[in-house]
Design a protein. Structure first.
Length: 233
């Protein structure tokens, strides 16, 4: 993993890092001197050769491509732990207005009631938020979608270990392929994830269903297996 990504992930999870002020016996060589060497080279203001100039232009172009692809993936999700049987993640547009958010919240309540949840379980429903990228510039490093998947899965795993749930429902507009275990775009509905300690279901985001009411019928079909599991408890 890229060092900057590793540091950002640890910081997001609340893990403090330890930096020794002394050389530890048997420790691997530090990456800091290499970074200092790069910084020193830029500070010398020495005219580079034509070969070095050409190589630097190529590297700059490649970095630019990665930044463009990385900036394409930005998202914000809300995590709701409903009860021991169900947790919900909804992808919310970063620029959504107050009215849209109110309609989405109302739709979530109606959806959960239709799945068999009681009003008393929904009364104190609160959301934890996860935003990608974790820090500006992080999404532009390497494979942004893979890094986002690792980070979001880490967030979900942490919540599952803390509070537990048997089913996870993802309401999303652009994270279907990110959260799938398959390289091709999977169908919505129940997902096959043999290593997950919970059943995983994907359908349209709340905001997408508010904007396009015809998606509600599709979503209800996607939730058929989940509905059966919840009502059989």
């Amino acid at each position: 993993m890229d060092e900057a990504q590793r540091i950002a992930f640890l910081k997001h999870m609340g893990v403090e890092q330890y930096y020794s002020r002394y050389v530890l016996v048997g420790a691997k060589a530090s990456v800091i001197p290499a970074a200092e060497e790069v910084a020193t080279r830029h500070q010398r203001q020495v005219r580079p050769s034509e070969a070095e100039t050409g190589r630097a232009e190529i590297e700059r172009a490649e970095i630019g491509k990665e930044q463009i692809s990385g900036e394409a993936l930005r998202f914000s999700v809300q995590f709701f732990r409903v009860n021991a049987q169900l947790a919900v993640i909804n992808e919310a547009p970063c620029e959504a207005g107050g009215r849209e958010n109110q309609q989405a919240t109302s739709l979530l309540t109606n959806l959960l009631v239709a799945l068999g949840l009681g009003q008393e379980e929904l009364a104190g429903l609160t959301a934890d938020r996860f935003n990608w990228p974790l820090a500006e510039g992080l999404g532009a490093m390497g494979d942004s979608r893979h890094a986002a998947k690792l980070a979001l899965n880490g967030f979900i795993t942490q919540r599952h270990e803390q509070r537990g749930f048997s089913n996870l429902l993802l309401l999303t507009a652009q994270l279907v392929d990110v959260m799938s275990d398959h390289s091709e775009r999977p169908d919505m509905g129940d997902q096959k994830r043999v290593d997950a300690p919970y059943k995983f279901t994907i359908t349209h985001s709340l905001h997408a269903m508010v904007a396009h009411s015809d998606l509600k019928r599709e979503a209800w079909q996607h939730l058929a297996a989940l509905r059966g599991r919840l009502q059989s408890v």
